[in-house]
Design a protein around this ligand. Sequence first.
Ligand code: ADP
Ligand code: MG
Length: 571
Amino acid sequence: MFNKRLILTMNKEMKHVKLQVLFQILSLVCNIIFTFLLVNLFSKLIYNTLTFSILLLNVLLIIIILLIRAFFLKQVSSCSFNSSTNVKRKLRKDLFEKILRLSNSYNDSISTSELVQLATEGINQLEVYFSLYLPQLFYSVISAVILFITLSFFDLKSSIALFICVPLIPISIVLVQKFAKKLLSKYWLSYVTLGSSFLENLEGLTTLKIYGSDDYKQKEMNIEAENFRKATMRVLIMQLNSISIMDIVAYGGAALGSYLAISHFISNEISLFATLLIILLAFEFFIPLRQLGSYFHIAMNGIAASDKLFYVLDIKEKDSGSKDISGDINIKFEDLTFAYKNHNVLENLNLTIKSNEFTAIVGESGSGKSTIAKLIMGYYQKYNGNIFINNIDRNLISDDSIMENIAFINHDPHIFKGTIKENIDLLNIYDDLEINKVLEEVNLLDFVNSQNGLETLVLENGSNLSGGQKQRLNIARSLLKKPNMFIFDEVTSNIDVESEEKILNVIKKLSKSKTILMITHRLSTIKDCDEIIVLEKGCVVENGKHNELINNKKTYYQMYEVQKELEAYYE
Ligand code: ADP
Ligand code: MG
């Protein structure tokens, strides 16, 4: 019923929970006083001792006590509101910060759709755990003790009977929970499965349509939806059944207490006042626990979500070094061997990227080109051999310093929904003049000005821009940062010839003053490079200038000839 780690994590937020319990207890005390006053009036009425002044006084007191109680109940709901907003804010913040720290490697451990579900539905359920369930749990125990002590002055036996019945409710909750845990994790799994299929199919709808595979996927999703429906129904049935069990215990317990009180009254052991008091307060024993039962299931869902949350929060972050790099950038790989799992991708690789030179890495698809870029950027830290950036071991350099100095641009730029300005100046720190300048450099200024200038709206994923425009926007974004080195990984793949030319011009201009690493499989784009490195199955097989490599008549020459033929064929 408790999740220790969850409570420790929320140490600060527990203040609201405690306050909420306090106000609940105060309103219970009001309730007890109210019942006292009512029973007093009633027994006086029966014994004909009620005078007008007593009636007036009691009614007045009842009104006052009800007002005070209303005030306390209002406090209860405002505490609950506070803890619910704080919990949501804190958990989402923790989760978001963790994902930022993990940056692009979070996807190795959890899918984006699962993460979204965790951050929304999962955290909403956890909020119920804190704002409703936990305070109610404390309150139910304390209220049972207070009522027991109060009533024991009037009739010890029936108070003991009521008090003994109380734990039956949590016992039944625990039993249900044992059974429910498996059911709930199945429910969560089917929910997540359906959610991610839905998201994926929606994103790939065009592809599915083209291949006529939408029907098939729909059937697949129908099965998943059916599984989810069944899991939901099972959870609902369990919830209903457990509520019935709790009702039986609650009503049965209250009936037993009242029966004992009445029989003690008949045998003249207790007064009418005590009897009425016990009958009216008997149900109070069980109300809080019954209420607890109704929060219980959402709270348990929350606990299931918290397991997932902690799983994410516990994902090991890669260590970032602390050294900074600055100035012109040069890079050296020494005897570098790297494997994804057990599959060697780079083997005893030696290469040098000199500062302020234009270096290209070429090679067939799958030869390990992008892996080299990712190793420089620090995506992976486990490798044999050395990577030096400005003669400092890569693993000792802070990721922040790398991000500041090296711009990594790949073939799939991320464009956000918003304006052109917001997309380029993500931090909102540059002035329009500077932004216009970089737009001019990538040849996008005329287009932007023909629309709505910097305020031109860009749709989600840049769907109202062409592939070339998106890439140019992305490059403009990196130019603004003025890094010392650029890594371009297949930046002109899948875009129109016109944009390709414009992008190549930008790169050429940059190469005059910055270190450039250009990864490409299109040899025609790198003829003027200072150095071309030819990669084959993770090894450098050749390097040199274009003309030298052509004269070598080896791998590069063969690749070049094949591409020339292909290009001639298409023209
Ligand atoms: P290139 O950029 O030259 O096309 P990559 O460096 O992307 O090649 O990939 C080199 C090899 O590593 C390929 O065989 C690819 O299948 C494999 N690979 C790439 N990324 C991963 C990954 N995240 N997990 C496992 N294998 C990968
Ligand atoms: Mg690649």
